[in-house]
Design a protein around this ligand. Structure first.
Ligand code: ADP
Length: 509
């Protein structure tokens, strides 16, 4: 590859995404600077970077969201660009503007298009202007609840009330009957005020059954935008994605072309640059409706990378540096190849309403093998706190077709262990084995329709504990202390088998 457009990039994030971004930057010959809170000083994302900068603080608001400290980190370490990852400041136009004011490139869209698309109301208007079909509803809130009730009657029940500035399901309520409406909108306004400093709401017809299918787009600084196919993200809990795949089992070439063209029209309408995702709901007849556009790299971007052979972070950096898409892609065939599925591994207990779990991961065992990719942000000894998102890692597989990918993923999940903390691993296996999932019959209501999938896991039989203990005592593993020497040496990780601290495998003493 020719000379990289940036010499040193600050990665303004933590966890698996920061590790993953550092990998691409390193492969491009770009130096990386990590940032961290007081408690993340030896986290994997810090070890993945060439340098690190302590932002101070413990929780997100006192560390990763501190714009002055981030600017300081970038300037002191002489970075010429910042990659924001996802979450935190990745969709904050003021952060992009602040970087630009001190001469650092924000690796993402320009602040103005981010501002338009950050408002669900303005994004919908842009979609309508670009002749992209939107979910029917009402998006001209004047703050008058009685008027909203009238509009709700016109839209019809069930409907969704959504915070215009919302994200992550906050400020969103499903209202099935008119009598619930006024209380629900009051609650949404309160929630949105607290989280996003905005009381603006919109109403949407609740489409059910519907599938969540989104199009990855990429724009350059010269007005070119390409669509990089769809991802299906219909398996969701509380409207948040858990399993994502590409291609979608129901999208044929004709629908792919239509959805891609719509996504590109919207991106061009707002002068979109860099990577973004146009989200749609698709109804039972195959009609699609614009939901929102996310102005950043998505958690689920690896399934697009697997099926297109592209590195999206690398492309983000190159277009931010001024490269032209036709030169980068050189007429490449972007038709999806094979099938990829990603699962999000969470520290949580599905049987208790997906309650987040906290604690130290005593031992990490992650899978590998043909077609298996792990984007992880933890190692043995990592402490999972409640102050950040409980996602531990993502396991992504690529196979020659959907069934091959599904079987590879099941095998990979059975090889995976995060000991010492509750995870959703068993739950994910049950979902992958559910006949509807196998048949590709998905909808955003899939988990609600199959509540037994979130049941408590059976404890492993005693024989399994014995086998694990025997296996652990016989297998030399990373970090095991040399038998004769007292010093484990630099870079060795703590080994759970060397600890006399009352280890419990899967809960039983
Ligand atoms: P957020 O920005 O908070 O993530 P979205 O608007 O992206 O919210 O919606 C998240 C999820 O909520 C969608 O993937 C879908 O499952 C569900 N959803 C949103 N709008 C509708 C709708 N109008 N009808 C049915 N389901 C919807």
């Amino acid at each position: 590859m020719s000379t990289p457009p940036f010499r040193r990039i600050l990665v303004a994030n933590r966890g698996e995404i920061a590790v993953r971004i550092c990998r691409s930057l390193r492969a491009m010959g770009i130096e990386t600077v990590a940032v961290h809170s007081d408690v993340d000083g030896s986290a994997p994302h810090v070890l993945a970077a060439d340098r690190a900068f302590n932002l101070g603080g413990r929780d997100a608001s006192s560390s990763y969201l501190q714009v002055p400290q981030l600017l300081d980190a970038g300037c002191v370490s002489e970075c010429d660009a910042v990659h924001p990852g996802y979450g935190f400041l990745s969709e904050d136009p003021d952060f992009a503007r602040a970087l630009s004011a001190v001469g650092m490139e924000f690796i993402g869209p320009d602040a103005d298009s981010m501002e338009i698309l950050g408002s669900k109301q303005r994004a919908k208007q842009a979609a309508k202007d670009a002749e992209v079909p939107v979910v029917p509803g009402f998006d001209r809130d004047t703050g008058d609840d009685a008027q909203m009730l009238d509009e709700a009657r016109r839209v019809g029940f069930p409907l969704l009330i959504k915070a215009s500035a919302g994200g992550g399901g906050k400020g969103m309520r499903l209202v099935r009957a008119e009598a619930e409406f006024l209380e629900a909108i009051a609650a949404c306004r309160r929630e949105s005020q607290a989280a996003f400093h905005s009381r603006e709401m919109l109403l949407e017809k609740y489409l059910e059954p519907a599938r969540h299918i989104e199009i990855q787009v990429l724009g350059d600084h010269h007005g070119n935008v390409v669509a990089l196919n769809e991802r299906e993200c219909s398996v969701q809990r509380r409207h948040q994605k858990i399993i994502e795949e590409a291609p979608s089992p129901i999208v044929d070439t004709e629908l792919r072309v239509q959805m891609s063209e719509a996504a590109v029209r919207l991106a061009k309408q707002v002068g979109y640059q860099n990577a973004g995702t146009v989200e749609f709901l698709v109804d039972a007849r195959g009609s699609f409706y614009f939901l929102e556009m996310n102005t950043r790299l998505q958690v689920e971007h690896p399934v697009t990378e697997c099926t297109t052979g592209l590195d999206l972070v690398q492309l983000q950096v190159l277009v931010a540096g001024g490269a032209k898409l036709p030169d980068l892609l050189r007429g490449r065939d972007l038709t999806p190849r094979g099938h990829a599925i990603e699962v999000r591994v969470y520290a949580e207990d599905p049987a208790q309403g997906y309650l987040p779990a906290a604690g130290v991961i005593q031992r990490v065992v992650e899978p590998c093998g043909p077609g298996v990719r792990v984007d992880s942000g933890v190692v043995s000894g990592t402490e999972i706190g409640v102050q950040f998102d409980p996602m531990i890692s993502k396991i992504i597989v690529h196979g020659m077709d959907r069934e091959n990918a599904r079987q590879r993923l099941l095998a990979a999940l059975r090889e995976t262990a995060y000991l010492g903390i509750s995870t959703n691993l068993d739950f994910l296996c049950r979902v992958l084995e559910q006949p509807g999932f196998i048949a590709g019959e998905l909808s955003t209501g899939f988990l609600d329709a199959n509540p037994e999938l979130a049941r408590a896991s059976e404890p492993a039989p005693d024989l399994a504990y014995l086998a694990a203990a025997l296996c652990g005592s016989l297998t030399p593993s990373v970090g095991r202390k040399p038998v004769a020497a007292g010093d484990a040496g630099p870079g060795t990780l703590p080994d759970v088998w060397d600890e006399g601290s009352g280890l419990r495998l899967w809960g039983q003493a």
